[in-house]
Design a protein around this ligand. Structure first.
Ligand code: HEM
Length: 403
């Protein structure tokens, strides 16, 4: 990374993806609101302090507007965004009120804590089956491949009604889209993804089931509340958000535990502390690094720095959650600390819809892993982190299941 000249954008490279807070520590003090360039050439403003991050996430002057987004991004150096079909972009996370309000309302009821709690027995069953299969495949394996990925992917696919045989394809395309590979590869992945989703939606229309996607399709056919592009984009958002994030909550959280044998032992001895530990996993090393793209419609000011109109802004959730002004000794993993107010799920109107599901999945995942593999240990260095400004994701987590 280069931070030598105050007005030049900070260049985000593999060192940053591997340890983002090393950069945030410098920036929070010296340049809390600064310009940065990501691996796909996009230059944007980065907000790294807790108070600024929270204010920005809740600031109506920062827009999402999917219709204007491609033009704004291209103006700021992004090369690959134009390849994303409308059917992948026009979802609630890229919408402002009133569209956002309408889209979120359609699925909001299905994701409340109460509605999600009913899924616990099924999630426990999936976790147990995965632990059984891991035991067969062990004693050394990649915990991401064998457990952390298939758990949330199976759950969100069952909720939405995605057939099992397509899930690996989906993972492959999604990996390409969220990382920073060559443009052609990403364009091909976007096209395959768009085609897969439109076929899936057509199938739900012809043969409705009792899954959530069939319900969303029915809502779009019953009234004028949802266009067919919006249905596909909603399916895309729920599927991607449903599996690209929780896998890393399990992966990053397990890594923190395996590096801290005392805390690992304490949690094993008292699994009822898991929900609180999960909140510290989220604060300490959350799955989302920089939140999704917002742009300014008018000048905005944070920490005395003015961001002009028409600029791209990315809010750092990892930077905010490691701000010593909010969390004392923030580099310390401490499951007993007060984690309230962490921004791992965002803040404001786009606060994560799936937070109750993610928390439930993580609770079941850690209880299952601690009970089944109490002696789990690292089996080598974890892989590098993926080249993405959005997600903070290990490429592999090699573990030995038993002593
Ligand atoms: C939004 C994080 C799991 C669905 C968000 C945002 C964050 C986030 C930070 C806001 C982004 C922004 O404002 O730019 C996470 C984390 C997860 C997780 C850390 C796991 C640990 C899930 C799951 C689902 C989901 C399991 C399942 C459906 C969504 C949706 C939105 C969202 C639909 C958009 C909400 C809106 O625009 O109103 N998530 N998420 N997320 N998340 Fe999650």
């Amino acid at each position: 990374m280069t931070t030598d000249h105050d007005t030049r954008p900070v260049v985000l490279d593999q060192d940053f993806f591997d340890d983002p807070d090393a950069l945030y520590r410098e920036l929070r003090d010296a340049r809390p609101v600064t310009r940065a360039t990501g691996p796909n050439g996009l230059t944007f403003w980065m907000v790294t302090r807790y108070d600024d991050a929270r204010a920005a996430l809740n600031d109506p002057r920062l827009r999402k507007d999917s219709r204007r987004l491609p033009e704004v991004l291209q103006r700021h150096g992004a090369t690959s965004f134009r390849q994303f079909a409308d059917s992948l972009v026009g979802h609630m996370l890229n919408a402002d009120p009133p569209d956002h309000t309408r889209l979120r309302k359609l699925v909001g009821r299905a994701f409340t804590v109460r509605a999600i709690a009913r899924l616990r027995p099924r999630i426990e069953q999936i976790a147990t089956e995965l632990a059984d299969a891991a035991e067969q495949a062990g004693p050394e394996l990649d915990l991401l491949d064998h457990f952390a990925f298939p758990l949330p992917m199976t759950v969100i696919s069952e909720i939405l009604g995605v057939p099992g045989e397509r899930r690996e394809d989906f993972r492959h395309w999604s990996n390409l889209l969220l990382s920073s590979g060559p443009d052609e590869e990403r364009a091909a992945a976007a096209a395959s993804m768009a085609q897969f989703l439109s076929e899936l939606v057509a199938d739900k229309s012809a043969h409705p089931g009792d899954d959530m996607l069939s319900e969303i399709v029915r809502a779009s056919e019953d009234g004028d509340s949802l266009s067919s592009t919006e249905v596909t984009a909603m399916a895309f958002l729920l599927l991607v958000a449903g599996h690209e994030t929780t896998v890393n909550l399990i992966g990053n959280g397990m890594l923190a535990l395996l590096r801290d044998p005392d805390q690992h032992a304490r949690l094993r001895a008292d699994p009822d502390r898991v929900p609180h530990a999960v909140e510290e996993f989220l604060r300490y090393d959350g799955p989302v690094n920089l939140a999704t793209i917002r742009f300014t419609d008018e000048p905005v000011e944070y920490s005395g720095v003015t961001i002009p109109a028409g600029e791209v802004v990315l809010v750092s959730l990892i930077g905010a959650n490691r701000d010593p002004g909010r969390y004392p000794d923030p580099q310390r993993f401490d499951p007993d600390r007060d984690t309230s107010g962490h921004l791992a799920f965002g803040y404001g109107i786009h606060h994560c819809l799936g937070a109750p599901l993610a928390r439930l999945e993580a609770d079941v995942a850690f209880r299952t892993l601690l009970a089944r593999f109490p002696d789990m240990a690292l089996a080598g260095a974890p892989g590098q982190y993926r080249e993405s400004t959005l997600i903070h994701a290990l490429t592999a987590l090699p573990v030995r299941l038993n002593a």
